[in-house]
Design a protein around this ligand. Structure first.
Ligand code: NAG
Length: 210
């Protein structure tokens, strides 16, 4: 769906695309994420937070910014938030999308990790995760891999919910679009680019109507 000439046009106009030297496949997501962490550690130390988000995810920027403003100052270090998965185990069935062999990952549990659909972290973690990755054997599951690095660092991912924990702000299930429902989430899952654009236009009205 993404046309090469569109990418070139975007890059020329805004200079906001970074290209790295590897094959960009599902299996290589961990490589991509670690390259992002390295790049961030080198060039983005002026920012407090960074976000990793998939291309098919709806993002409510205003809510995200408000949410981060409401965090205490301690969350500017060793902070990572999203939809936390805390009791996952490796899939050993080779037909499963998330299959992992016992050779590659012998343990029977995963440490807590944030769903790779979208997560937000304090930028100091980019350098720390890069460092920790030297002690963690690469596995093709990008979000689990980040979780393994966090485990080395002793950093626990934080579940992003509303004050009393009623609402998961990083909604990784597929959610039917509804303007005022989406106004109260940071992300929602399950949209192709055309749908995201259509939703975005309608969503602009949420500030005044929800
Ligand atoms: C992952 O990237 C490396 C380096 O570009 C490449 O050699 C390899 O074929 C890629 N693996 C997959 C499964 O795409």
């Amino acid at each position: 769906w993404i046309v090469l000439s569109h990418l070139e046009k975007e890059s020329k106009e805004y200079g906001d695309i970074i290209q790295m030297d590897f094959v960009d496949s599902y299996h290589n997501l961990t490589i991509k994420t670690m390259m992002i962490m390295n790049w961030m550690a080198t060039y983005c130390q002026g920012a407090w937070y960074a976000m990793k988000i998939d291309a098919d995810i709806f993002l409510n920027v205003r809510y995200l910014v408000d949410y981060l403003h409401d965090q205490s100052e301690s969350s500017r270090k060793d902070f990572i938030t999203g939809s936390v998965i805390s009791d996952a185990v490796p899939h050993r069935d080779s037909f499963n999308k998330w299959y992992i062999s016992e050779d590659l990952y012998p343990d029977s549990w995963y440490p807590p990790y944030v769903s790779g659909a979208a997560y937000v972290f304090s930028t100091d973690l980019a350098r720390k995760i890069s460092w920790a990755s030297r002690f963690v054997r690469p596995i093709p599951l990008e979000d689990v891999y980040v979780g393994l690095c966090l485990h080395v660092l002793g950093v626990k991912p934080v579940y992003a919910t509303t004050f009393l924990g009623f609402r998961n702000l990083f909604e990784v299930r597929r959610l039917k679009y509804e303007r005022c429902t989406f106004a109260k989430r940071i992300i929602a899952n399950g949209f192709n680019p055309q749908n995201l654009l259509r939703i975005w236009h309608d969503f602009q009205k949420s500030y005044f109507t929800c």
